[in-house]
Design a protein around this ligand. Sequence first.
Ligand SMILES: Cc1ncc(COP(=O)(O)O)c(C=O)c1O
Length: 354
Amino acid sequence: MKLGKTIFDINTLVRKNVLTMKPYSSARDDFKGEADIFLDANENPYPSPYNRYPDPLQWKVKEKLAPIKKVRPEQIFLGNGSDEAIDLVIRAFCEPGTDSILITDPTYGMYAVCADVNAVNVQRVTLTTDFDIDLDKIWKIIDPTTKVIFLCSPNNPTGNLLNNDKIKEVMQKFRGLVVIDEAYIDFTSSKSFAEALDEYPNLIVLQTFSKAWGLAGLRLGMAFASRDIINILNKIKYPYNVNIQTQDLALKTLAFQRQKEQWVIEIIEQRKRMETELSMLPITKKVYHSDSNFLLVQVNEAVKTYQFLMNRGIIVRDRSNVTLCNDCLRITIGTPAENVRLLKALKEMKSEKT
Ligand SMILES: Cc1ncc(COP(=O)(O)O)c(C=O)c1O
């Protein structure tokens, strides 16, 4: 049962109040042409780098980004991190107190947090033991309240790519929206689903400048979807959600992709090295396969190891209380020197391999 373009109508999914509301119209939305005197937005007229409001729809960044991502500028939403897009998708499409999102456990925590904030129910389907999508369980749990399915690939905290055929099956059969969070896609050789937007009208792809691009502090996230879906997100976002400095820096960064590509090569090389070195440690039970910039590592005693490292000034992420991640630590790949220090510290932990 393929979800054809003809039968998919986004207006049947969007919340009624969002569909009918009149969005805030900023001064910069109203005026489109060329002018040299701007007395329309109550700004300070005296020159400072930031006396003017930014472009609310960030067109220059989108025009530069579109060919890189193989999408059209109007298929791009930019926000304050991809976290903003996660929140907006839930607010636009899920009725508080009534609707649900579906997430695959374990996964990135913000889907459930944003749902909780918005009084939206969370349906959880545990991944298979090899951390892949359990389609049977998904079809069983989905009901008419399920509006959005979040799939994270590569997944956080497990690190692996989800099976592409299973993702496609979810997009084809599910009558709501499917969000594929590709925050870590740059660390894989896998093609982004953003290139398949025209095939899947219910698809939203998330990416971010926070990982491979090295701009976590800047806060810039991307959502790619049909123009109709992007228009809905734009309708409810804060008018000037991406500031001038972020837009300027993003433009500069996009013109210099070689640096990002070089970082990715180095991080992947280090990941391979760390995978081998960590597997040889007495405290390690298992290093899971990773397609990301981090490794999920099962150790003898996760909490003890976490504290031991913390006492040596090394912070990793304790994931031992997370579904399927018993005794697991999530370790980000650092610089070669940082990785050496981590290994040295772990070698000093007195523990026997079980
Ligand atoms: C899977 C995933 N999605 C989204 C994010 C958030 O990205 P951003 O910094 O763009 O808000 C993270 C951050 O760790 C993540 O792991």
